[in-house]
Write a protein that binds this ligand. Structure first.
Ligand code: NAD
Ligand code: GDD
Length: 326
């Protein structure tokens, strides 16, 4: 008989891709979210609208499934998460803690929590040529305010449920994920999607606004690698927190150059130091991931940005006549 899974946050970016991945791997999938996906129908066998800040909705969500992939969260890029500490921390605390308890009560086989590189201490990320972050670096703790603090707390809660009750949990620290079907405007978008949108909206020879001085660094993971990694980590026996990201470090100015090249445009950059910038540098140390899985994300930024840019460029082009008519 085929396995069954619930994916929460299935109306969002990574959750939507994970539903498709699990269906292709023969799972019966229940998708759960506050909303339907923004860019087309879900591939889930069943899709439930629910508010996972309610324990009753969490209980309903996990009924009768083998595996729980908890991706629901109040989430966005650095502009969003640094501007709404109270609501994000409250919402995500309610979702994460109650989903874990509901999954435990329902005796599901495995529970996966989507954590973040935002758990890492700010002072280890204060130069562009950052030393890649190892899992053990999360303590002594000094996470990103609000959003990162909740992720770190819930990782510990997962650890306690595993230690005290033998409940199999997984905590996965995603490093900045990008790809088609991700939010690209409205305020929650992250740098790769925002820059693709800005370049798509700019004529050849025009100027693009960049947050910060462009020297800040990140590693970015294509969404296909992300869902492959989620599945592999869930099937592994490893219950501690694991990085899931690439270690291909790029600065934001370099990211803009790659997008402009894919777009076939000459782009001038205007740097805006008044906008949110987050940490100065962030990279993933994949040693433990490699040791645990014998695998790590392998899709290079330039390759992943091609379909991402094409998709966002199409969205921007199709939205333009609609906006003009409004
Ligand atoms: P997303 O915003 O596209 O998806 C999250 C989904 O959760 C949304 O569809 C939202 O409607 C849903 N949600 C929010 N509150 C809810 C509630 N009360 N009840 C039910 N559903 C609710 O974000 P994403 O990029 O797909 O992120 C998925 C997970 O991965 C999140 O936990 C996020 O914190 C984590 N993460 C993502 C990244 C990244 O770069 N995308 C990085 C680190 C961690
Ligand atoms: N969002 C955005 N939009 N960022 C921009 C832009 C822009 O137009 N231009 C430049 N940047 C810069 C930001 O100033 C920041 O220094 C860098 O690009 C990356 O920004 P984001 O992608 O928004 O966020 P982040 O990498 O700081 O944090 C994200 O990744 C974490 C996991 O690695 C967030 O999405 C977190 O929620 C997530 O957990």
């Amino acid at each position: 008989m085929s396995k069954s899974a619930v994916v929460t946050g299935a109306g969002g970016f990574i959750g939507g891709h994970l539903v498709t991945y699990l269906r292709r791997h023969g799972y019966h999938v229940r998708g759960v979210d506050l909303k339907h996906p923004d860019f087309g129908p879900s591939d889930a066998d069943e899709f439930v609208l629910a508010d996972l800040r309610s324990f009753e909705d969490c209980r309903e969500a996990v009924k009768g499934v083998d595996e729980v992939y908890n991706l629901a969260a109040d989430m966005g890029g650095i502009g969003y998460i640094s501007g709404a500490h109270a609501s994000i921390t409250f919402n995500n605390t309610m979702i994460s803690a109650q989903m874990l308890k509901a999954a435990f009560d329902a005796k599901v086989e495995r529970f996966l929590f989507s954590s973040s590189a935002c758990v890492y201490p700010q002072h280890l990320q204060d130069v562009p040529s950052v030393i890649p972050l190892k899992e053990e670096d999360a303590f002594p703790a000094a996470p990103e305010e609000g959003y990162g603090l909740e992720k770190l707390y819930t990782e510990k809660l997962c650890q306690y449920f595993t230690e005290d009750y033998g409940f199999p949990t997984r905590s996965v620290r995603f490093h900045n994920v990008y790809g088609p079907l991700g939010t690209y405007d409205g305020g929650k978008e992250k740098a790769p999607a925002a820059i693709c949108r800005k370049v798509a909206n700019t004529p050849d020879g025009g100027t693009v606004d960049i947050w910060g001085d462009g020297q800040q660094t990140r590693s970015f993971m294509y969404v296909d690698d992300c869902v492959e990694g989620i599945y592999r980590i869930m099937q592994s026996d490893y219950s501690g927190p694991l990085n899931l990201g690439t270690d291909e470090l790029v600065n934001i100015s370099g990211l803009v150059d790659i997008v402009a090249e894919i777009a076939g445009k000459t782009i001038h950059k205007k740097f805006d130091l008044s906008r949110p910038q987050g940490v100065r540098g962030r990279n993933s140390d994949n040693t433990l991931l490699r040791e645990t899985l014998g695998w790590e994300p392998g899709i290079h930024l330039r390759e992943g940005l091609k379909p991402t840019y094409r998709w966002i460029e199409t969205q921007v082009r199709e939205a333009a006549p609609k906006q003009a008519a409004e």
